[in-house]
Each structure stands twice: as C-alpha cells, then as structure tokens.
Design a protein around this ligand. Structure first.
Ligand SMILES: [Zn+2]
Length: 104
C-alpha cells in the first residue's frame, strides 16, 4: 500500500509509515486516529473492576487499536492482581472472624 500522507510505498502490514512516521489508518477515517488514544477513566476502571472485560477488550482491540488494547490489558492485569489480593484479604478476614465466633 501507499502512505496517505507522503504517498510512498510501504509494507501492507505497517502500522506507521517508515518514510514519514504517520500512522497508516487506511481503512478508517480520521476519527479512528483518536479512537486508539488514551483509554478513558471509565474503561480503565471497568478493566480494573472486571479484568475479564479488559481481557475481551484487549482481544477485540489488539489488531485495530493496539495502544488502547495495551492499556486495557494493563488495567485488566492490575485488576486481576488486585482481585486476588482482595480475595486473600477477604478470606483471611473470614478466617479471623470465624475464629472470633468460635470463642462463643
Ligand atoms: Zn509516509
């Protein structure tokens, strides 16, 4: 394919033009440029609260919006680790509580 910015021939799978460095969103409109931007707080929070949603977003976006996909994956990972930590704390808390009740 050819770069839409400088018109030089580039690899069909290239994400950015090797000649001018402009992103090659040939199939998409200009609006697509900011779609693959920063992951919003809302979506980041969603990925954090529900890591499985982040994983799905990552899989859906990894080809079309790699930057966003990476952030979704990162938040999903952080959320996943946090969920495990919370589960452990909750579990330990429950054990502590049951010990407390056993005194009665
Ligand atoms: Zn170019």
């Amino acid at each position: 394919m050819f770069c839409k910015n400088c018109g030089k021939e580039i690899d069909d799978n290239a994400i950015i033009c090797i000649h001018c460095g402009v992103s090659t969103n040939l199939n998409r409109s200009g609006a697509a440029m900011y779609e693959d931007g920063e992951l919003g707080c809302l979506l980041g929070g969603l990925c954090f609260i529900a890591p499985i949603a982040g994983l799905i977003l990552y899989l859906v976006w990894k080809d079309t919006m790699p930057h966003k996909a990476k952030q979704a994956g990162k938040w999903a990972l952080i959320g996943f680790v946090a969920n495990i930590l919370f589960s452990i704390i909750y579990f330990v808390g429950m054990l502590g509580a049951s010990d407390l009740f056993s005194y009665y």
